[in-house]
Design a protein around this ligand. Structure first.
Ligand code: ADP
Ligand code: MG
Length: 475
């Protein structure tokens, strides 16, 4: 870190002053989140937590993550189009995990009936951390592929301006000038707009399927408002609204509250608690059967499961999706860390033994999204001891624990004093693609999401209040 910057970091009075300015600037630019206590209030709001300073990231690593994104878009899409791969990959998981089983059931029904809509829209985010091996070599490693209800594209868009302002006030002008532009909200909206155009009905709307509690609404509003700028109408509805007023006409067009739905954009439906009744499952099936473009459709949702991620890391699997493209395969594979099956049998037994012997080197992951579900350290042993001899273990996968190099930063959080923390960062990269039948009409990397958390926390999540929004400062 440059000397001047270090000096600023140590100047307590200046930090106190900067954090006040930082909070007000976050409000000015819309880096907002509703409070836990008033999750649906249109009047009471706070800022989404962020770092006082940007974080230095090697430019080679940043470029690597951005350049591989369009290949990952293709990979996710090709996985979603491969019923035998999905079936084989998830065969053991759906026996042990009820939620994945229900999703898979919907997938099977849609497959049998034949899909109504050839247009596919993917809005995904790939997450990475910088791993440092024992010999000091650092390497970009993938945490996971997210294909449903991907957050952060909205709030990532105004954060560059917040850091630019803080750095200007701190007189760190060189750093200020190197904060990257970033507007994934606009990129998401371009993908949604393309799919909406291809759907081809002027009066049809984009429906954001949202959660009952909407703390993170501003993240979505950024995308929503970009669509309105393009004169594309957006409505926000919940599962309950679909149960009450949703139906399919004889051509399987989806109507909700009397409006034709061109796109169902899932910002809900990614975890079991989202389905509060059998009716919500019926509603999911109705949407999947419909002519509306689903973002994601059920097969792309399944392509984003942790089990599929683990199967993709097996030797020879990427080659199935990119035959004759060894360079693409190599680029993708370079980002993989060790992923291990817990399927019943010899290979899975080996995984269990490995994890029990060195639990601190691994993360045990169930098929869940949204943060806070992974298992670390000694708890891995407790869980595995319970399930190791039964097929219950196949609900999980095991992954090498990435060991990032910590850096120092101040986390600015509502209701807590700023304090210097030892932090680790995670870089998300946003991918957008639109395909109609055989024709890939859009395939882009549309921006990034830099998040930083105190290294005392194993798991993350901006909405969970652990991770702070950040910006990469390339060097
Ligand atoms: P979710 O889908 O619930 O977000 P993730 O797989 O992204 O689950 O994990 C949540 C968080 O846990 C990540 O943001 C990261 O901070 C941490 N994490 C996940 N996998 C690893 C890993 N292999 N090594 C180190 N940390 C990890
Ligand atoms: Mg996830």
């Amino acid at each position: 870190m440059p000397a001047l910057w270090e000096e600023v970091m140590r100047d307590e009075h200046l930090i106190e002053y900067l954090q006040e300015i930082a909070k007000d600037t976050a409000f000015l630019h819309g880096v907002l989140m509703r409070t836990k206590e008033t999750s649906n209030s249109h009047e009471v709001v706070s800022f989404a937590q962020f770092t006082l300073f940007p974080t230095r990231v090697p430019s080679t690593v940043f470029t690597q993550a951005l350049t591989v994104q369009t290949h990952f878009n293709l990979l996710v899409d090709r996985v979603s189009l491969n019923p035998s791969f999905l079936k084989e990959s998830l065969a053991s998981t759906i026996k042990a995990d009820d939620f994945t089983a229900r999703l898979f059931n919907i997938y099977k029904q849609v497959q049998q009936e034949g899909r109504a809509q050839p247009i596919v829209l993917g809005l995904n985010r790939l997450d990475y951390m910088l791993d440092q091996s024992s010999d000091g070599v650092t390497c970009l490693k993938q945490i996971e592929i997210n294909t449903i209800a991907v957050g952060g594209a909205g709030l990532a868009s105004p954060t560059p301006d917040v850091h630019r302002h803080i750095l200007k006030v701190a007189n760190l002008l060189e750093e200020r000038n190197h904060i990257l532009d970033n507007n994934p909200a606009e990129g998401f909206a371009r993908g949604l707009a393309k799919a909406w155009e291809l759907y081809g009905s002027e009066s049809a709307v984009v429906m954001f399927l949202v959660e009952d509690l909407q703390r993170n609404i501003y993240d979505q509003r950024f995308v929503e408002n970009e669509l309105w700028k393009k004169n594309i109408p957006v409505i926000r509805r919940r599962f309950g609204d679909l149960c009450r007023t949703g139906y399919l006409d004889q051509n399987r067009r989806l109507y909700v509250d009397g409006k034709e739905i061109a796109i169902v954009y899932f910002r809900n439906g990614y975890m079991p608690q989202n389905y509060t009744s059998e009716q919500s499952w019926d509603a999911r099936l109705m949407m999947e059967r419909s002519l509306a473009v689903k973002c994601p459709d059920i097969s792309t949702h399944l392509a984003g499961t942790k089990k599929v991620q683990q199967e993709l890391a097996r030797a020879g699997v990427l080659e199935r999706f990119f035959p004759d493209e060894p360079e693409t395969v190599a680029k993708i594979r370079a980002t993989f860390t060790g992923l291990y099956t817990l399927d019943m049998g010899e290979e899975g037994d080996k995984t269990v033994a490995m994890a029990l012997a060195n639990p601190d080197q691994y993360v045990l992951k169930p098929q869940r999204e949204g943060g806070g579900n992974n298992i670390y350290g000694q708890e891995i042993c407790e869980v595995l001891e319970k399930v190791k001899n039964s097929s219950e273990r196949t609900a999980y996968i095991l992954m090498d624990k990435i060991q990032p190099v910590p850096s120092q930063n101040y986390l600015v959080r509502p209701g807590a004093p700023v304090k210097l923390n030892e932090c680790v960062w995670e870089l998300g990269v946003f991918g957008v693609y639109v395909r109609k039948g055989e024709n890939m009409a859009f395939n882009e990397c549309v921006g990034h999401l830099m998040r930083t958390k105190s290294s005392e926390h194993a798991d993350g999540g901006v909405a969970a209040g652990i991770t702070a929004l950040d910006n990469p400062l390339l060097f």
